[in-house]
Design a protein around this ligand. Structure first.
Ligand SMILES: *Cc1c(COP(=O)(O)O)cnc(C)c1O
Length: 458
């Protein structure tokens, strides 16, 4: 399999290079040069085996089928449910696909547990090391850290805003006892952290010296690993279901679109937003215009520019990278993205529906689901169960449950009066010693820290 950039200028690469590169050097996102059909899954039952079969055509020839299968088995053994991603029925037509049984209790584990292992494998084969740097406001940092904490060839440094993450989120990062894991509390906000990371990548000499790498949500391997659960869940239904997806960067629902594109029996998608509703406005009213980010109870969806949308845009532009680059340039300059009527007809109408819910509606929905089913759901999931109920109709609807309720205990308690408890493997999280460093919002000091902990091979 070869990969091309959505902006049409970067060289084609194979899977292993795409994995390590993240962003293409023309600023675009990598997509497969051709879309392979889904493999025959008859006789496969375990999630790891299905994952290996679904991903195999995308990673050949860089990862052999045996290697991929071993990495998947190892990754999904870290999950606390035998089904890895269990389907739970909540009424006659509504289902939850629980994606939060991984080590850090959010759906990002499903991809990052396997992506971390892919990194280590490819780097070992090439005799290389990398330094992963990233900024987090919460979920992504802990999932990335857990995904690479046992990797021999990776050091990871995660920046987070001091005093601005939840206690659970911070402790999930700072209590990991691995020699290759480092966290920095930056005296600033999340944007400051992101700017520091961008500046480190923008410093070419520093980037090369430390072999900087990233595992952010635009990394193709993350999108790839998420295709699997759409395939495994949809193929258990007699009639093609609808998927309802709580959405921020558009990564998760893009994986669903790819599964459908390649033949998975999926009827359509409902995109759920919180008050940051650019995607809902786009799907319902053809209005893709950015506004200020509003902080909500579902912080992982507090996003105004959904970076993975670029991959769908590239398809809508019939894979014209020049046109895609031009459109995105205009979007950055004006805050407005315009599509042609035929593009909407072919790619949006009948395939995507959308709804938004504010914080009060989210709390009401958590309370309603608890009363009706006895289940506690987190605020991200609640935007989606609300959307599924509003737009569901007669079909079976599978709502992706993206975080464990105990990651957001305050909101859940406010809505239900019940404080969700951390699962057994994290029950001593508040007793574990924390290890972190606090630094001012100063690029030179942060670079000095990264240099002091990274063990790159010169
Ligand atoms: C990251 C995240 C999302 C949003 O996923 P995208 O791929 O960015 O659309 C939703 N819910 C939770 C809990 C998350 O951590």
């Amino acid at each position: 399999m070869r990969y091309v950039s959505s902006r049409g200028e970067a060289a084609e690469l194979g899977f292993a290079d795409v994995l390590l590169a993240g962003l293409a050097n023309d600023g675009g996102l990598y997509v497969p040069a051709t879309w392979p059909a889904l493999p025959d899954l008859t006789g496969l039952h375990g999630y790891a085996d299905i994952a290996a079969a679904v991903m195999a055509p995308y990673v050949a020839p860089d990862l052999s089928v045996e290697t991929l299968s071993a990495l998947c088995h190892d990754a999904y053994a870290a999950f606390r449910h035998p089904a890895v991603v269990p389907l739970v029925q909540i009424d006659e037509r509504q289902w939850l696909l629980e994606l939060f049984h991984g080590p850090t209790l959010a759906f990002k584990d499903v991809a990052l547990q396997v992506v971390g292992r892919m990194f280590d494998h490819v780097l070992a084969e090439r005799g290389r090391r990398v330094t992963i740097v990233g900024a987090t406001s919460g979920d992504t940092g802990s999932a990335a850290i857990d995904g690479v904490k046992n990797c021999e060839n990776v050091d990871i440094v995660i920046l987070y805003p001091a005093g601005r993450t939840s206690d659970v989120q911070r402790r999930q990062m700072t209590t990991v006892d691995s020699h290759n894991v480092h966290t920095i509390a930056i005296e600033g906000n999340f944007d400051d952290c992101q700017d520091l990371v961008k500046a480190m990548f923008g410093d070419a000499a520093f980037r090369d010296e430390l072999q900087l790498s990233a595992v952010n949500s635009i990394n193709w391997a993350r999108v790839l690993a998420q295709i699997v659960y759409y395939v495994s869940a949809s193929t258990t239904f007699a009639e093609a279901p609808t998927f309802c997806v709580p959405t921020g960067n558009f990564g998760n629902v893009l994986s669903g679109w790819i599964a459908r594109r390649n033949g998975a029996p999926i009827h359509d998608f409902i995109v759920a937003s919180n008050s940051n509703d650019i995607l809902t406005r786009f799907i319902n009213d053809a209005d893709m215009s950015t506004r200020d980010v509003i902080p909500t109870l579902s912080p992982s969806m507090d996003i105004q520019v959904s970076s993975n949308f670029e991959r769908l845009l590239f398809e809508m532009n019939r894979r014209d990278g020049g046109l895609t680059a031009e459109q995105l340039g205009r979007f950055r300059a004006t805050g407005q993205l315009h599509l042609e009527a035929d593009q909407r007809a072919d790619f949006i109408d009948g395939k995507f529906r959308a709804a938004k819910f504010d914080d009060q509606q989210t709390l009401d929905e958590i309370g309603r689901v608890y009363t009706a089913t006895g289940l506690l759901i987190d605020p991200h999931t609640a935007t989606a169960t609300a959307a599924a109920r509003a737009l569901g109709g007669d079909r079976q609807v599978i709502t992706l449950s993206t975080a464990h309720p105990a990651k957001f205990p305050d909101a859940v308690e406010r809505a239900t009066g019940v404080r969700p408890r951390l699962p057994a493997h994290l029950s001593d999280l508040f007793e574990r010693p924390e290890r972190t460093s606090t630094l001012p919002n100063d690029l030179a000091q942060v670079q000095g820290f990264v240099r002091s902990v990274a063990r790159v091979i010169a």
